[in-house]
Design a protein around this ligand. Structure first.
Ligand SMILES: Nc1nc2c(ncn2[C@@H]2O[C@H](COP(=O)(O)OP(=O)(O)O)[C@@H](O)[C@H]2O)c(=O)[nH]1
Ligand SMILES: [Mg+2]
Length: 278
């Protein structure tokens, strides 16, 4: 109900000019595509993502392909894409590990929000703007896609479904995780929490995501969850048994480690962000 009487005081909004970087204007969003032996889908996925961003997303953005020592033609294709397609960059690291790739790209990013997605585009891209909007507005600091919350539409095999549910249940039981899906390849966070979270994370491979989210939770950050539409690509780089064992070792390590620092990250006020265009 609207109170009768005088109109409420309106706080004037000051719109800051977008900060500049050495490479030009600071983008709202950087999307990292971690790739390992992805010559089959890389060019198609980058073109698809580029077109989607250009036509559907009202933000400034850039795409960064990060390859860790692929043995196929991924690096050649990545370099070629970076040379040909505006807004696309390519980074190559010598050692394997998806976590390592994300760390390298995110820690060097000038963007207001950093994100990543699996190059097979298993997640419907229409979730991208809803993923990052709560970060740009200042409402949340971390934002993740989830396949395990009500509203998600998921097509994947029974084995991966079972492992995923069991793993996330374990996280809730052992680590008191408050998020529903640690492993969805569709995540983003604000740049002003990147350094603190990366400081906490030790894993350089698949456990990286879980460790990052537990760190965010322990530091009292708000993790926004977005139910995604997910269609599994059965061409996978995950070696299930060794990855599951590494995950279990990671969970044990986090369970035994007292949080080093529960203090909240001094992230910027929402007004530090360039507001979203209409
Ligand atoms: N940079 C980098 N990316 C990787 C590595 N391993 C996997 N990826 C990428 O991580 C993403 C998810 O891998 P994928 O095999 O689709 O995982 P799944 O969907 O869980 O089976 C894909 O974009 C892979 O190319 C790695 O060692 N380095
Ligand atoms: Mg995949």
């Amino acid at each position: 109900m609207i109170a009768r009487g005088a109109a409420p005081d309106l706080v004037p909004i000051r719109i800051p000019a977008p900060p500049e970087t050495a490479d030009g204007p600071r983008p709202d969003l950087e999307i990292v595509l971690p790739v390992y032996n992805e010559q089959r889908v890389l060019a198609r996925s980058v073109q698809c993502l580029h077109r989607f961003l250009t036509e559907q997303v009202p933000l400034s953005w850039r795409i960064v392909i990060v390859d860790n020592a692929s043995r196929d033609k991924t690096a050649e294709i990545g370099r070629e894409l970076a040379a040909q397609v505006p807004g696309v960059q390519f980074l190559r690291l010598d050692e394997k590990g998806r976590g390592r790739a994300l760390r390298a790209a995110w820690s060097a990013s000038p963007a207001r929000v950093v994100a990543y997605m699996d190059v097979d585009l298993s997640t419907d891209l229409r979730g991208l703007y809803p993923l990052v909007a709560p970060l740009l507005s200042g409402h949340s600091q971390v934002s993740i896609g989830t396949r395990l919350a009500p509203g998600a539409h998921v097509t994947r095999g029974p084995k991966r479904e079972f492992i995923s549910r069991a793993y996330n249940r374990l996280l809730r039981t052992v680590l008191r995780a408050q998020f529903s899906d640690a492993q969805c390849g569709f995540k983003a966070m604000r740049s002003d929490v990147v350094a603190a979270l990366l400081h906490d994370v030790r894993d350089q491979e698949w456990f990286f995501d879980t460790e990052l989210l537990i760190s965010a939770q322990r530091r009292g950050l708000r993790i926004h969850e977005l139910a995604v539409d997910w269609t599994e690509d059965t061409d996978s780089r995950v070696r299930i048994v060794s990855t599951a064992l590494a995950d279990l070792r990671g969970v044990a390590r986090l369970a035994l480690t007292r949080p080093r620092d529960r203090r909240p990250v001094p992230y910027g006020k929402p007004s530090a962000f360039h507001p979203l265009p209409h």
